[in-house]
Design a protein around this ligand. Sequence first.
Ligand code: FEO
Ligand code: CA
Ligand code: CA
Length: 633
Amino acid sequence: MSQFELQDELNHPRTQTPQFTQMVEQGLSRRRFLGASAALGAVAFFTIAPLSQSIAAVLAPAAGPLLGFKAVPVSTADTVVVPDGYQVERLISWGDPLFTDVADFSNQVQNNTVANQQRQFGDNNDGMSLFSVDENTAILAVNNEYTNYELMFAHQGKKMTAADVRYAQAAHGVSVLTLVKQAQGWRFAKDGQFNRRIDANTPMRISGPAQGHALLQTKADPKGEMALGTFNNCANGMTPWGTYLTCEENFNGYFGSDAAVKLSPAFARYGIAAEDAGYSWYKFDPRFDLAQEPNEANRFGWVVEIDPHSPQAIPVKRTALGRFKHENAELVIAADGHVVVYLGDDERGEHIYRFVSRNTYNPTDQAANRDLLDDGDLFVAKFNEDGSGEWLSLVYGENGLTAENGFHSQAEVLIHARLAATQVGATTMDRPEWVAVHPHEPMVFCTLTNNKNRGLKDNQPVGGPNPRAENHYGHIVRWRPTAGQHSAKGFQWDLFLIAGNPSVHGATPYAGSSNITAENMFNSPDGIGFDQAGRLWIQSDGNYSNQGDFAGQGNNQMLCADPKTGEVRRFLTGPVACEITGLAFTADQKTLFIGVQHPGEELEPSHFPLGGDSVPRSSVMVITRTDGGIIGT
Ligand code: FEO
Ligand code: CA
Ligand code: CA
């Protein structure tokens, strides 16, 4: 009996109806394809079942069913579909002005100017957080991850100019929006007091253990303390002291060089290469030219903390949280008062990390919490086949993080966190995306969106928390920290769901776990988050071809799951070629904001959201119930 089960047995009565245990068991038993790995897999599955049972036991039954809406069918329509009794409206779209003195480019996106874009809503909205100000005022901080040149420019990116690059840079970053509650619901307020754009050229402070390190010094910033901008801001987090966390993901693609450059092994691990990945920034902006500024790329790949209540506040890059391709930053105050931040690194075969603050959270003095994210320890997850796991510390001088292995300081461990993770023996995962912590139980969920390389690369064996070779559908792993303490060294894990296509694959592992059916199937779970009642909302960023392996799955979508029973129900479908990403609820849980990102990418036929012959535009949507009730019930 594992430590987890023992602890659980002592504190909670055992449920007599472990429905979800059976579901996962059945789903996992479909994995006949494992061949040589089958024995290992069987061990993992055998131990998963009792763990699921105990997880189900700790989740107290809700007063009624947790999921109360009628599922929507799959869709290939160019619109957002919500359940009966719900309504969806547009809050804001790429290019909408934040201020009244800025042109509304409406359908003229290809003629937009740099000066306008700097004060308009950015492109490709992704993660977002809502901050309550008062009953009728709130702030929505929204990431603007990247751009689609095929939609942004008449030349579709083939004839970039310096002005085009500056326009694209202005469309990246973060938009801070003032929201006001009107008779018809929550609306964006142009000229609102909190409105702000942060883009790829906004000055920001570098803080924490890597501040000032030689690897962060550039010609423009010889001290290595002030960076310009943030970009490829994927997902997000928020702190109880009222700040927003924005996470830099695929920063590597913006750097390059036409000159001969010698690239370090660390650059290779982060995918930083001389070739143009398509953005062409380095051709017109010397700080992105690896030959001219060899350290500029080290100043990206961080989590940035922003105070959305103070439009003049300088954003801060928190280096203690490590440098990798960050997905989100899920922050929770552990029972012992330490601030814990769970972090995914979204690339095939990369890892899941955890930060634990040195000092504890002070609920009565928010100013005292301001720099908690500068001081603490970073860990990386090791998942064992038997359902146990541990957090391996990334501390200079320990676990082989020494000079003989290329690490000369804690700053270097953080700047090269991926290399450090490999050195200490972290588990390679199937693209860790968002992490979400249950609001009432010490339980953590992480989406592993897909991994076509699993089983084909030596460092990515099939087994443990990554049970399928050539995993095209993705899955969700969950864990419970030892003794319910998020700062604890160990944890117990299992799989919450395995996505698949039971219509195409029958009883193979690619059908998915048994809580996946022809009625609720999807692929590539990405954004996840809990509402206050403990519903797990799941957003997909997957293959929307609706063909072959993905036949019958339609456009990307949003689902809702009951963590206790394992039931998954489709809540929403998105327009053509979008992903659904980003979610935020108002405090009363009666309004849900979600993001529709890159509709019509790669010139797929979309005119979302305005219809007609309009250019498709990423948008934030507002969802409410027609009877004004709580979302999801
Ligand atoms: Fe920006 Fe991993 O999605
Ligand atoms: Ca994502
Ligand atoms: Ca994604």
